[in-house]
Design a binder for this molecule. Sequence first.
Ligand SMILES: C[S@@+](CC[C@H](N)C(=O)[O-])C[C@H]1O[C@@H](n2cnc3c(N)ncnc32)[C@H](O)[C@@H]1O
Length: 262
Amino acid sequence: VVALAERYSADAKAYRDLWAPVLRPYGTRLLGRVPLARAKRILDVGTGVGALLPEIKKAAPSAHIFGIDRSSGMVALAPRSYLLAAMDAERLALRSSTFDIAVIAFVLFHLPDPVKALAEISRVLRPGGTIGVVTWGEGWDVAHPALRAWEEELDAHGADAATPVLDHKGAMDSSEKMEALLRAAGYASPEVWIDQLEYRWNLEKFIRRQLSMGLNRRRFESIDPERQRAFLAVARRRLELLDPESLVHRSKLVYATATTPA
Ligand SMILES: C[S@@+](CC[C@H](N)C(=O)[O-])C[C@H]1O[C@@H](n2cnc3c(N)ncnc32)[C@H](O)[C@@H]1O
């Protein structure tokens, strides 16, 4: 958990500029499916740089909105006008039965024990409160052609193998798996649906994203400067030959809402 939080802190600016905008529309879709307008207290679990907080505020202008995240570097970039804290989703330093709604967008797969985290979120929700979840669906491990080309060139230039810290995407990438997790954590009336993310990268942004955050940043930094230069020249030439469709990231998403027993 600490190693992952440190990685996010190191990548926070790049995350804010190059990844939060990719995910934000899909987190916003989740917000449309939870009863925000009636909520007085709302918790955003794993708020990151707080990308969803203004969207939550639009739907619930007078609610108290609280964002927590394990990475202090991410929280430091979230808008200061919200209540924010560095906190672990599996051990929320929050009173029981406090929130009407909790959302957890693109976070659950990072947690060592997702059921424990869901149960912990249930503890801080009031009876009859609602949780909203979005995470990656089946096919999350299949790279689009531009990403595949980038990773093949990293391999060819001797970059270290990718070592993800805490990644359980495969444990929650279908409706059935998500529903089972929510039921195991004690939630009632789970509703689960599948949607599709689509993001059209432009070449320069795609390259900046790969160099400045995530596993591929670590892989790039594992090779010496001379090889880095050679890698960049070859990878760029390869990407320039691809048709624009190859730069489109498409992925299934798993969404869910559920309630705590009244
Ligand atoms: C992909 S980002 C999603 C951020 C935000 N929800 C969004 O939609 O842009 C994942 C976030 O989960 C946070 N995270 C990972 N493990 C966590 C944990 N154990 N407790 C709280 N937050 C955690 C990371 O620090 C990171 O900010």
